[in-house]
Ligand binder design. Structure first.
Ligand SMILES: [Zn+2]
Length: 121
């Protein structure tokens, strides 16, 4: 994944496809556990990106319902993690990985844990 490579080149170390919270059935694509930053890179197709989401004519209703469920789950996962005090960053797979890496790096650097303050959720 291009974003991971960009992060690694930037000196950041992280876990991949890891669960932020054991009690939640959510796996982040990139996880900074001590900084409590969870990063998701959403596929344009399955997560219905506004630019590249499907407009499939066949089974259009079925697809619309399925993709709407996926997006609703994305939103639910984001807010569940935020409730646990995680910073959640979501990117589309079409986004510039270097730019995404900059956003991630600044979120990790700005985390209360990284600055050495006690974390309060
Ligand atoms: Zn896209």
């Amino acid at each position: 994944m291009l974003l991971r490579r960009a992060l690694y080149r930037g000196g950041l170390r992280y876990r991949v496809h890891a669960r932020p919270e054991v009690s939640l059935r959510i796996r982040a694509d990139v996880l900074f556990r001590s900084a409590r930053v969870a990063v998701f890179v959403d596929g344009c197709f399955w997560h219905a990106c506004p630019e590249h989401g499907t407009n499939s004519k066949a089974n259009a209703e079925w697809w619309a319902a399925k993709l709407a469920r996926n997006r609703a789950r994305d939103r639910a996962n984001t807010s569940a993690l935020q409730d646990y005090g995680w910073t959640v960053l979501r990117f589309w797979e079409h986004e510039d990985p270097a730019e995404a890496a900059r956003v991630v790096a600044s979120a990790v650097a700005g985390s209360p844990m990284v600055r050495g303050k006690p974390f309060s959720s």
